[in-house]
Design a protein around this ligand. Sequence first.
Ligand code: CTP
Length: 483
Amino acid sequence: MNTTTKEILKKIKKASDNIDIYVVGGWVRDALIKRKNRDLDIATSINPGPLARKISNVIKGRFVELDKKNKIYRVVLKGDRDLDYIDVAKLKGPDIYTDLKRRDFTINALAVSISNAIDEYTVIDPTGGIYDIKNKVVRSTNTGIFNEDPLRLLRAFRIACELKFNIEPKTKKLIKVKSKLIRKSANERVRDEIFKILSQPKSFVWIKEMDNAGLMDCIFPEIIKMKKSARNFYYHPQGLWQHAIETLTSLEEILDNLKKLFPGYEHKILNHLNQPLSNGITRMNLLKFVALMHDMAKPACAKKIGNKMRFLGHEKKGSEMIKVVLKGLRMSNKDIKIAQTLIGHHMRPINLGQSPVITDRAIFRLFRDIEDNLVDLMLLTLADCYSYRRIKVRKVVELKKQKKVVGKLITRYFDVKEKISHPKLLDGHVIMKKFNIKPSPLVGKLLGIVKEEQSLGKIKDVNDALTLIKRKLTRLKKRNIMN
Ligand code: CTP
């Protein structure tokens, strides 16, 4: 334990006036496996509100009433400390033993009395948590835990995935039996657990495990259709869901090999993907979710044309469907928009890769429509293509070509990023005034033309832009398109 945590614990002990209070749960578990945990949970038999206030005074933290009904209080630590916050709650039951036995997993059902927590750990362990930590096992404390809080069905996987533990077979069986209960959990809580799992490398392993336990179908019923529909028409023998998992797997392989795949650009790509979005989610986690769901509309769009099954319009439909799914998970509008853009345009880089020459204009138009999501889209495309590698239905040369296109576009994106965002030469008001045009979509169209030509280096200043507009308007007038 580092000195600042020790200092904080000493101060908490002082604030407790020798009444026994306990450090419980994840912090104790993590201390035993020497893993950093920035959140401390405290359980006490006395009224937790006044105790939390006292603690916040002695450590100069901020007092927050977290859950009035259940009497849970938070002390938020300020400054550069080892802990972010301390939660203070009342013991559930008459004593610490009863409290611990009601907790979710044995490895979390651990406590240390505050007087012991500072210099030595005499761990209170009524369910065999220390033994399970040694064996790297997540085991339920009793068979009722999932009825009490169904979110624990996901917590089991998230904790196992984060700690690189295994879920004990009987607990796994119990999860399968209880999987439907997950529908009762608050959507925000489900979202947080799913995205914490996706934030781990090799999350595909855990998505598969959760799927085997029946949880993925319960949370996202769209997946049931992906598993059933038109199985014979997909390259992957187990249908579209297998393709989805393989796309996520390939994406995670790509992320592990950025340096090899995009030499010199790996840091830029990582910086981009590590950008935080809302609710603790990063671009990378969202991209992984999109990789799973990018073809979710294929079952709805499947149509036999001649001898072939086609999925015309599945990108557009998919972009509508993902909106509903992510709204359900209470994602922010901004994040939903990113996912919609990625799914809505996910066929474009593939089509671009198939054209004999990729012109600068085509690249500009893709950049314009995709905006800051280009890197994400390129990685999605590559993962989509690489998902077929294991089943060998795509020729190696085809995959190599797609990789080349993706590499070219990613490097171009970073190289011309500044150019694209160079200063606006004209705004709509100037155009309307100079050319005596009323507000209309035409103004937007003219602005788009100016931006396109500017980014291609064909016009450089305001005069060039005005000359260009004049020429365009004359041509439009001739064609009688203007009204
Ligand atoms: N807990 C529980 N059931 C839940 C949530 C939490 O029994 N549904 C108990 C566990 O003992 C857990 C403790 O409350 O260790 C604190 O919960 P939380 O802070 O959510 O999780 P941690 O285990 O501390 O781990 P992490 O911070 O990784 O979530």
